[in-house]
Write a protein that binds this ligand. Structure first.
Ligand code: ATP
Ligand code: MG
Length: 333
């Protein structure tokens, strides 16, 4: 049976990239198919998180999900660390995954940078925990942004090796679902870098908590070139910053990038940027407003997350118990 699982790290405030590449897709899937969405705090701690901030960011991420339209009656929404099956299966799958596979993960290389000896072991092992997140629910579809494709493919390899080694077909082969106009939103400061919530530069991203002035200012200051816009995407091949702004606009307006460029052909960023800022504000403002309302009652957010964790645990715990048995652990209490 088809089942969606996906997650977002509460490693900072959610960005426009998270919204267009992930959260908005999550909302679209809801109601069509079983949907399970997780705030993956165990992933967030692979890099240093100040404890009080992590708690705040986790509640704020939950508020973003709810504000964007995730309905806890239709989707399971919960915090990863509340459901022990994730960490447990994560360890079991660490013993299935190979070091050589991990060494090929480009996100680790990006995040570790030149300091690969000094980062946490968790940052290196994290894709095995992500495989566990997905496989603990025997999920079949994983909506993600382009940057997570390699990790979902690794999950398929881990599932296949588990099945092969133990002579079973227990784990399905989950498919990455990467669709829409903005599967890879780029930094506003550098058109070759992904927009990320953990980028040290706040000017590189639009946060879901930014107000209209901040959004307008960041778009005004976004790096671009001086050339006018061409009539189609073909003309933006060597202009990554311009291409990014056009893709963001198209994703927000629901047009194709080519249709959008047909309207803006020959115009400069002096015209395009204010139009983009107005559009971004009109889409994000209602979400930000609702997030702020929800954050006024953190106890209610916690209640929703705990109820979600109970539902998640009821699905994952028997699956992990069965995986334990397949691996040869004697039946527990
Ligand atoms: P971090 O910098 O801490 O890794 P992040 O912004 O990359 O944060 P994640 O929590 O790692 O966010 O990713 C959550 C989801 O958002 C994933 O599905 C990921 O593919 C998607 N996503 C992240 N950044 C972008 C982006 N710039 N464009 C489109 N999708 C994105
Ligand atoms: Mg990320």
């Amino acid at each position: 049976t088809p089942r969606i699982f996906s997650g977002i790290q509460p490693s900072g405030g959610l960005t426009l990239g998270n919204y267009l590449g992930a959260l908005r897709r999550f909302v679209e899937k809801q109601g069509q198919i079983e949907t399970i969405y997780c705030l993956v705090d165990l992933h967030a701690i692979t890099v240093w998180q100040e404890p009080e901030r992590l708690r705040h960011q986790t509640r704020e991420a939950a508020a973003a999900f709810l504000a964007a339209g995730i309905d806890p009656a239709q989707s399971v929404l919960f915090v990863q660390s509340h459901v022990p099956a994730h960490a447990e299966l994560g360890w079991m799958l660490s013993c299935v995954a190979r070091v050589g596979w991990m060494n090929r993960m480009t996100q680790f290389k990006d995040k570790a940078g030149k300091n690969a000896e000094a980062v946490s072991l968790g940052l290196y092992a994290y894709p095995a925990l992500m495989a566990a997140d997905i496989l603990a629910y025997r999920a079949t579809h994983v909506p993600v942004g382009e940057d997570q494709k390699q990790h979902v493919e690794l999950t398929r390899d881990i599932a296949a090796k588990f099945n092969h080694d133990y002579g079973t077909d227990f784990f399905p082969s989950p498919e990455p679902v990467i669709e829409g106009a903005a599967t890879r939103v780029m930094s506003l400061r550098d058109g070759t870098k992904k927009m990320s919530k953990s980028d040290p530069s706040d000017a590189s991203r639009i946060n879901l908590t930014d107000d209209a002035d901040a959004i307008a200012q960041k778009i005004r200051k976004a790096r671009t070139d001086a050339d006018p816009l061409p009539g189609s995407m073909e003309g933006l091949k060597d202009r990554p910053e311009a291409r990014n702004l056009v893709n963001i606009y198209a994703a927000l307006s629901g047009e194709t990038p080519d249709a959008l460029l047909a309207r803006f052909e020959g115009q400069g960023f002096g015209t395009f940027k204010p139009a983009l800022a107005d559009l971004a504000v009109s889409v994000l403002e209602p979400i930000t407003r609702r997030m702020n309302e929800l954050m006024g009652d953190p106890a209610e957010i916690d209640r929703i997350l705990l109820a979600g964790a109970e539902k998640a645990d009821a699905i994952a715990s028997p699956i992990v118990a069965e995986a334990r048995e397949i691996m040869g652990m004697i039946r527990g209490p």
